[in-house]
Write a protein that binds this ligand. Sequence first.
Ligand code: PLP
Length: 410
Amino acid sequence: FPLLSSSDPQLAALLVDEEHRQRDKIRLIASENYVSGAVREACASVITNQYSEGYPGARYYEGQQIVDQVERLAIDRAKALFGAEHVNVQPHSGSPANLAVYLAFLKPGDTVLAMQLAHGGHLTHGSKASITGKHWNVVHYGLDPQTRRLDTTAIRELALQHRPKLLIAGHSAYPRLLDFAAFRAIADEVGALLMVDMAHFAGLVAGGAHPSPVPYADVVTTTTHKSLRGPRGAMILCRAEHAAKIDKAVFPGLQGGPHNAITAAIAATLNEALRPEFATYAAQCVTNARALADELMSNGFELVTGGTDNHLILIDLRNKGIGGKPLAAALDRAGLVTNYNAAPWDDQPPQNPSGLRLGSPSMTTRGFGETEFRQIARWLARVVDSGLDESVITTVAAETGALCRRFPLP
Ligand code: PLP
């Protein structure tokens, strides 16, 4: 950071430290990734200097000759990548994107049916802590107690009972594929709109490693910064008939000016995701997550649903007698960055739940394959089986650091 180092050495030093942290540790947070240098260049470009309230060709400011082309590029690439009829690339992040869908289609108090947070849903799917759970009547479906998988028969029964206006599919911590055709059939039977929040698995959809919700859903929301490997932002994909409502909900309904540098970076991300190499990446994310899951189970870990079909894994630690929070902290010291997470039917509080969530997108970008992901499982087992012994943690930290040095930052 040559300029920042001279003008603000304190901040520059922090950013260098963060770069080293990302370089020197094995990052396993399922919602994170490493963006390319090209995407970072777009994020840092001068287009950030500009205000652009409105949409291409219909702005409230002059000087939009270039930014209109940038936003159209992002939209056209998203349409091509996902086969969507209409795309809005302006939501500042995933939560406002989801809120825009509520705003577009619902009145306060209307009924929504969505996956509960404690079973893998997202806050914006109607948690009481979120505006979505305060302003709308959200009924939740969860996992089947036996299989710990989603059961669309039970979801249908809830839909028939509560007649939601909006049915939401999508998750932050569910390691299996979703049956979008079944969700569509339920929505049609009760006259609901179907929204799919593919924030977590959008990169897998883009690369053909996960079924696409686009042919089934009225609206699809996604963040751009998880498996899709872009900047922190979001998109809403929808059928042409909903375009005007969605656009109005985003601006002026919820936001002012779009973050133009992010729009440019989303365009750069989509350009990368349209390339054949991205399909290889998406497939490798799934292969790596499966290898990690397999090796964890061989080492006595219990996984929610007994494995994974996507990029993420949820460990239920109850058979290990250790809390998610102290384990995540110990693993971070060992160079393995994870997050604690509620396990379904958790008897522990959210501040120290019984689950640990792991994901493959970041280290797959770094070039890790199945061998490295199996090694990660063995390190995890060593730390857990030692009872979080500091000398074991120090030894593992040296080994994780050495592995990271073999896989430079992109
Ligand atoms: N939707 C899902 C499924 C998510 O997992 C997340 C973030 O974790 C979001 C929405 C919200 O995204 P953001 O954190 O960008 O608001």
